[in-house]
Design a protein around this ligand. Structure first.
Ligand SMILES: Cc1cc2nc3c(=O)[nH]c(=O)nc-3n(C[C@H](O)[C@H](O)[C@H](O)COP(=O)(O)O)c2cc1C
Length: 351
């Protein structure tokens, strides 16, 4: 039986299935893992409040089990406009090859205020934030609606901020993690990924400060991995990559095929696709554009969006982002409930 926020929600296993924006997280995945005893998350990132509302309703139609919703916190950016122009110019031949225009590079806040309104009204069991820290007032509003609040952190300094605003749990995200790093500020002056800590280091750094309960994320693929995180002080493990190839996940066919393709041999950090540090399989686009990509999220995300959509549609795995954590070789493409049950057996054996 888990302790901390999962116990408060009545979730029997110390297993969280990570929010994965851009397709993989679906109501079907969230419901299947919830029914199997884990805590699933919908991903609000890149979705409108209306689309999110429909996903919450669909999840509630599929299950009575608790679930969470994850939201991107908007950041600020002071970017060299010339660098943005140079990057757009650099990508023009890729757009030409694919026969689509480059996207409209722009700044926006992903509809943050509207999504918060919706979440307060929807009274979901848990709301998690990434890319920044919510305000104490927003945490209070969510508490008032009966929701527990989690904040993704990648350093002890971020943990202190999350604690100050009243977070009920921290998601400690290590450098091994797939997808975007949830750091509050993606500092362009630090070497790419240079501030990211291996999960074990982060858990050890957080332990003495007695922060809110910690959910560990990054490179956890088996029940034994989760047992290791619990032994290091976490109350649960959060797994993303491990669930990417479950049939209930909305992962694209191009992404699924690449994850099983021996041609891809490594993962790396890049800002080339979105302007924010993220880990994905090393493909041609990542190799060719990482060095020149500015730290300009979501400007670059919007700029490359049509390219990535066109590439995914034609199965061009060398031009699309292939987010994955370092443990991708251990993915088991099982039905989600079966994977949760397998993790539970492995965890019990390892403890
Ligand atoms: C495809 C993909 C999409 C992701 N999208 C989100 C997201 O929308 N919000 C978020 O907080 N984390 C997101 N993450 C990161 C996960 O929350 C988690 O930190 C990560 O999956 C843990 O590492 P692992 O992939 O090695 O299990 C994403 C990860 C992946 C692989």
């Amino acid at each position: 039986m888990p302790s901390g926020p999962l116990a408060r929600l009545g979730v029997p296993l110390p297993v969280v299935v990570a929010p994965m924006a851009g397709g993989p997280s679906t109501p079907e995945l969230v419901a299947a893992v919830g029914e199997a005893g884990a805590l699933g998350f919908l991903a609000a990132g890149y979705r409108s409040a209306v689309q999110l509302e429909a996903q919450i309703a669909r999840t509630r139609a599929l299950t009575d089990r608790p679930f969470g919703v994850n939201v991107f916190v908007p950041g600020s950016s002071s970017v060299d406009v010339a660098a943005l122009d140079r990057y757009a110019l650099r990508l023009a031949p890729v757009a030409q090859r694919l026969g689509v225009p480059l996207g409209d590079g722009r700044w926006d806040d992903d509809g943050y205020a509207g999504k918060l309104e919706l979440l307060v009204a929807a009274r979901v069991p848990m709301v998690a934030f990434t890319f920044g820290c919510p305000s104490a007032q927003d945490v209070e509003r969510l508490h008032g609606a009966g929701s527990l609040v989690a904040v993704t952190v990648t350093s002890p300094a971020e943990a202190v901020q999350a604690q100050r605003v009243g977070a009920d749990a921290l998601v400690a995200q290590g450098a091994e993690a797939g997808g975007h790093q949830g750091c509050f500020d993606d500092d362009p002056h630090t070497p790419l990924g240079g501030a990211a800590r291996p999960l074990a280091t982060l858990l050890a750094e957080l332990a003495p400060t007695a922060p809110p309960p910690v959910i560990a994320a990054g490179g956890l693929m088996t029940g034994a991995d989760i047992a290791g995180a619990l032994a290091a002080g976490a109350v649960a493990g959060q797994l993303g990559t491990a669930f990417l190839c479950c049939p209930e996940a909305g992962t694209s066919e191009t992404h699924r095929r690449a994850l099983a393709d021996p041609r891809f041999t490594a993962t790396a950090f890049t800002r080339a696709f979105t302007g924010r540090t993220a880990r994905g399989l090393v493909n041609d686009f990542l190799r060719e554009h990482t060095a020149d990509a500015p730290a300009a999220y979501p400007w670059v995300h919007h700029l490359t969006r049509p390219l990535r959509a066109a590439a995914a549609e034609r199965g061009d795995a060398d031009t699309v982002h292939l987010w994955t954590g370092q443990g991708w070789r251990d993915i088991r493409p099982l039905p989600a409930a079966e994977l949760v049950a397998t993790l539970a057996v492995e965890l019990a054996a390892a403890r």
